[in-house]
Design a protein around this ligand. Structure first.
Ligand code: TUI
Length: 334
């Protein structure tokens, strides 16, 4: 054992020998994918290149719409269709003002699935389902999960507060089993999952799939600034912080000068100033590589990410490790 990354002073353990198999679940069946791994729909980060790479690796790649203009998102969908013949999806960020137009365009272009975040997608559910698009809604609570199931969600993604970006209040560890008890549709666990141990743990908690964001930020095919990837690889256990509680939209980021400025405004209860200061800062980080004044949205699992790797290696490593963990646990249980 020991670190396979000599340049890191914190532990990134050897993953051991690799084996090969799949963990089929209702989720993989519904989506028509090989591995129960959905890529997070990260704004300014989850582009067609990353989505196609994840889909080509047997997961479900997702283009993160964020606040993207409708035409650009349309081009992204068309690009992904050129880059992969496998199912992929779009994440609808429901706080964006032109969301009606975005949904209309997605219905026109057609994708296999949408994930939704940052709100209640009820208004769009009927139209999406009518087009045969699978709808997976991110839910931060049991109540919203039940509501989403009742209006036709194909699966719910329970996102714990370990996740990066805009988060709810509950942890993945307590949210996932409660969702598994509360709904009949498949549950996907999100937040804090960056390796096969996390996948195995999510399955133990009743999930039939995982959503992974931060580790895919460090995929070679992810087009964010390389400096951000290096910062994630370097991240340690306490390097993220949740800022913006006073705005009602708390956001987990890697600590930097901007996060300290926002924390100060949070203490002074100045939500309008936070919104103003935060404007454009996600793009500043992800596209321009400003590590101090950019918004470095990433999850606690940044500390578990050891390398920049091809998306296919990330998927294979996670699945092989999950398989090995589950087999080992099975052996102990006997
Ligand atoms: O949406 C995310 N993560 C995000 S969105 C984003 S862009 C942004 N930037 C600054 C401020 C706000 C957004 C960056 N990261 N994850 C999924 C997620 N959804 N987390 C929490 C929720 C959520 C919250 C409330 C989902 C539903 C919900 O429903 C409230 C209601 O309407 O019942």
């Amino acid at each position: 054992m020991g670190s396979r990354h000599g340049h890191l002073d914190h532990a990134c353990p050897d993953k051991g020998g690799l084996t090969r198999m799949a963990l089929p679940t209702r989720l993989t069946e519904i989506l028509g994918i090989e591995h129960p791994i959905i890529q997070g729909g990260m704004a300014w980060t989850a582009t067609a290149e990353l989505a196609a790479a994840v889909s080509n690796a047997g997961g479900l790649g997702i283009i993160g719409a964020g606040h993207m203009p409708t035409d650009i998102l349309r081009q992204q969908i068309r690009l992904a269709k050129e880059l992969t013949d496998m199912p992929f999806g779009v994440n609808l960020m429901l706080l964006t003002p032109h969301i009606d137009e975005i949904v209309a365009m997605v219905l026109e272009e057609g994708v296999h699935a949408v994930t939704t975040g940052a709100g209640n997608p009820g208004k769009y559910m009927g139209a999406l389902k009518e087009k045969g698009i699978k709808v997976l809604t991110v839910v931060p609570s049991v109540a919203l999960a039940k509501r989403m199931e009742s209006i036709g969600a194909d699966a719910v993604i329970g996102e714990g507060m370990e996740a990066g970006g805009h988060i709810g209040e509950l942890t993945t560890f307590v949210l996932t089993p409660q969702l598994a008890d509360a709904v009949d549709v498949p549950v996907v666990a999100a937040g804090g999952i960056a390796d096969g141990r996390g996948v195995a743990a999510a399955f133990a908690l009743g999930a039939e799939g995982v959503q992974v964001g931060t580790r895919f930020m460090c995929a070679e095919e992810c087009t964010i600034d390389p400096g951000v990837k290096a910062r994630i690889v370097k991240a340690r256990d306490r390097d993220t912080v949740v800022t913006g509680y006073s705005t009602g939209h708390p956001v987990r980021v890697i600590k930097n000068r901007l996060s300290r400025m926002i924390e100060e405004l949070d203490r002074e209860n100045k939500p309008e100033e936070i919104e103003e200061l935060g404007s454009g800062k996600l793009a500043l980080a992800m596209r321009e590589g400003d590590l101090e004044m950019g918004s470095l949205m990433a999850g606690q699992a940044a500390a578990l990410v050891c390398d920049v790797q091809p998306a296919a290696v990330i998927v294979t490593e996670m699945m092989d490790e999950a398989e090995n963990v589950l087999r080992r646990l099975g052996t102990i249980a006997r």
